[in-house]
Design a protein around this ligand. Structure first.
Ligand SMILES: NC(=O)c1ccc[n+]([C@@H]2O[C@H](COP(=O)([O-])OP(=O)(O)OC[C@H]3O[C@@H](n4cnc5c(N)ncnc54)[C@H](OP(=O)(O)O)[C@@H]3O)[C@@H](O)[C@H]2O)c1
Length: 279
């Protein structure tokens, strides 16, 4: 049964970053209502295992696996050509793939920074740009963009990541207004910390700096995705999963920038210089 009012029955969903974490969980939860899933990531073996799991549980579900490097605009074009060749119309676009880089900007590697810009911003925007016209023609559709609470606050030692997620929040809010009478909804998902591969990927090799948010703020991936999909059903523009994280995010909105700046400077004094392990 389809419980998404803005999606046709037997809808098709495309999920980027479906090979792990939130993306894989999105696939599991969306699979109960979709007829076709297009799973996108670089690790095809992981996608294959997920496909087996999903088709075992939902024998009527069609799952297409697309090995795409979202760092590479050509790879994105090939994905779009593939969808065209197969006449696949995407009704639900879930822009979930993303990565972080933990450490000061001055000590960052450019390829890594560029990858965050390409995956977190450019690929998300390119897929939205390419797939939105079809949704508008059909008068139905949903876009779920995965941002982060990191997008609400400038974050020293996570500067570019936070800025890419601020882009996703801003872009999604504006697009939701533009599309308000089109039948297509836009939702941004702003989770706090979730236990996935994200922290490991964001940690630089040999760095002492670890992804270590306050434990009480963690929300399980299953709950994050459940709240996100409920938000899409209710045509919510922004979803912040978890009561404590939501309260914290609301609190942040009321703090004036100079006060935030003061506390960020104060906290940064304790973060110490960038020291590789063993030096
Ligand atoms: N976990 C958290 O604490 C947290 C909090 C707030 C927001 N988020 C956001 O949630 C989203 C999902 O992250 P996660 O927590 O599930 O982390 P994750 O387990 O590391 O998953 C990231 C996914 O993105 C894909 N990806 C990364 N680079 C890619 C590329 N160049 N091309 C194609 N796919 C790529 C990865 O697939 P391959 O490596 O197989 O390509 C993987 O499936 C991200 O946008 C992240 O910023 C996470």
């Amino acid at each position: 049964m389809n419980t998404f009012p803005q999606l046709p029955d037997g809808f098709t969903a495309l999920i980027t970053g479906a090979s792990s974490g939130l993306g894989a969980e999105m696939a599991r939860q969306v699979a109960t209502e979709a007829r076709v899933l297009i799973l996108v990531a670089r690790r095809l073996d992981r996608l294959g295992v997920l496909k087996e799991e999903l088709t075992l549980q939902h024998p009527d579900l069609h799952v297409y696996l697309c090995q795409v490097d979202l760092n590479d605009p050509k790879s994105i074009e090939q994905l779009l050509d593939y969808l065209k060749d197969k006449s696949i119309a995407v009704d639900f676009l879930i822009n979930n793939a993303g990565l972080g880089d933990l450490g000061t900007f001055q000590s960052s590697d450019w390829p890594r920074v560029r990858s965050m810009l390409l995956v977190n911003i450019e690929a998300l925007t390119a897929l939205t740009h390419a797939l939105l016209p079809g949704m508008l023609r059909r008068g139905k559709g949903a876009i779920l963009n995965v941002a982060s609470t990191a997008g609400f606050l400038p974050l020293p030692t996570f500067a570019v990541y936070g800025a890419t997620k601020a882009y996703v929040c801003s872009f999604s809010e504006a697009l939701a207004v533009e599309l308000r009478q089109s039948g297509v909804t836009v939702t941004s998902l702003c989770p706090g910390p979730v236990s996935t591969e994200f922290g490991e990927v964001a940690t630089r090799p040999n760095s002492r700096r670890k992804f270590a948010p306050v434990k009480a703020l963690y929300v399980p991936a299953v709950q994050v995705v459940r709240e996100a999909l409920d938000g899409v059903r209710r045509r919510k523009v922004r979803v912040i999963p978890g009561g404590l994280v939501r309260a914290g995010a609301l609190f942040l909105e009321f703090i004036p920038t100079p006060v935030k700046r003061f506390f960020l400077r104060w906290a940064d004094r304790f973060s110490g210089p960038e020291k590789p392990v063993g030096k």
